[in-house]
Design a protein around this ligand. Structure first.
Ligand code: MTE
Length: 372
């Protein structure tokens, strides 16, 4: 695709024309790192878009949601039912794709057929809708341990084996947590089609893949979803596994986001002015944990300085950090690592994390630049 074709496909879906379009159909795009750095709440036109199939086109009046399985009173809800019969709640939450920062894993070893997401498959929005727990309660959910809640959508993924529409699941315990929403608004606007409008699931603290867009069916069931994107994809496989030949249920299923951080400014390869340089980025601890500290190193991790860490907008949002350093003319190597409230920090190298589908890269963030 040419640069102008990429810009056209981005603007067609309401995105900035400088989005880095990874695929046209299904549409996959991330904002440049420096643009992502500009705001705590990512504007809709800048928010990354990650899709496995073409967007369904569902008018709110046509949308229906079934809620069934291990419930005493199955529901069949219209958009009006959902938006008027339940209390409305909003959550500021960061969505991060499990493949964010895959480009660094690709430099360790190739990962055929997977998009080389760089710094931008992560964004933060204010989501408004109803709490999933309220809808499950209205359906008379049986509160038994070990149950799972499956979400299905109508978008068909040609890459799935066999070809099927998108689906996923989360444990019932997480589904009953107040932060999990069925959302129809993003940053105060009706949820755009590219982000799952008219209604999507938002599972704060979990990998983005669990926040199913265009959701039309919810089932409470004894086991995780058998959908390709739960049972086969979005799993950490051992390095020697053949990703095209693994059986259902193999590998580690991804749910909570790992502790992670990234450097957004300066960008990789940028030429900056010598003197005062403000390094900026984000950090997140995953599933409601907090980031307690971010360290920055200009010498490959031999010595560290603490960054200024701003309070997160919510328990479910990234924390933004910055540090102003004085740089001499010449090459620059900048590294960052975050520490969580549990006392853990990030692993040092992407090589130690390499896996055949390129998920979950939470190694120390690292960029090189030069000062002139
Ligand atoms: N839901 C459906 N129906 N289809 C999809 O392809 N992609 C998932 C998730 N929900 C997907 C989906 C993935 S992998 C991610 S990271 C997030 O949506 C991305 O959400 P966004 O496109 O709004 O940023």
């Amino acid at each position: 695709m040419t640069r102008s074709a990429k810009a056209a496909s981005a603007t067609m879906w309401g995105k900035r024309d400088d989005m880095i379009v990874r695929e046209d159909l299904p549409f996959n795009a991330e904002p440049p790192a420096s643009v992502l750095a500009a705001a705590v709440i990512t504007p809709v036109d800048t928010f990354y878009s990650r899709n496995h199939g073409p967007f369904p086109d569902i008018a709110p009046r046509e949308w229906r949601l079934t809620v069934g399985g291990s419930v005493d009173a199955p529901l069949n809800l219209t958009y009006d039912d959902l938006t008027t019969k339940f209390a409305q709640h909003c959550v500021v939450a960061t969505l991060a794709c499990a493949g964010n920062r895959r480009a660094e894993l690709l430099r360790v070893h190739p990962i055929p057929g997977k998009d080389p997401w760089e710094h931008g498959a992560i964004s933060t929005a204010e989501w408004c809708g109803v709490r999933l727990v309220d809808v499950l309660a209205a359906a008379g959910v049986r509160r038994e341990d070990e149950l799972h809640v499956e979400f299905l959508a109508p978008d068909v993924a040609q890459e799935a084996r066999p070809v099927q529409s998108y689906g996923s699941s989360i444990p019932l315990n997480k589904a009953m947590s107040e932060e999990v929403l069925l959302a129809w608004q993003m940053n105060g606007q009706p949820l755009p089609r590219a982000h799952g409008g008219p209604v999507r699931v938002v599972v704060p603290g979990y990998i983005g893949a669990r926040s199913v867009k265009w959701v039309t069916a919810i089932t409470v069931q004894p086991a995780p979803s058998q959908n390709y994107f739960q049972a086969i994809d979005y799993r950490i496989l051992p390095p020697e596994a053949d990703a095209d030949a693994v059986a259902e249920g193999e590998g580690i299923s991804l749910s909570s986001l790992p502790l992670n951080c990234d450097i957004l400014v300066p960008t990789d390869g940028e030429r900056v002015s010598a003197g005062a340089l403000t390094v900026r980025g984000w950090a997140i601890a995953g599933d409601g944990h907090s980031v307690e500290r971010v360290d920055v190193s200009l010498d490959g991790g031999h010595s560290w300085r603490q960054a200024d860490l701003r309070p997160a907008a919510s328990r479910w949002a990234w924390s933004r950090w910055s540090l102003t350093v004085d740089v001499e003319p010449g090459p620059l190597s900048i590294t960052a690592r975050a520490w969580a409230d549990t006392g853990v920090t990030q692993p040092e190298s992407p090589a130690s994390l390499w896996n055949p589908r390129g998920y979950g890269n939470n190694a120390w963030a690292h960029i090189t630049a030069s000062a002139i």
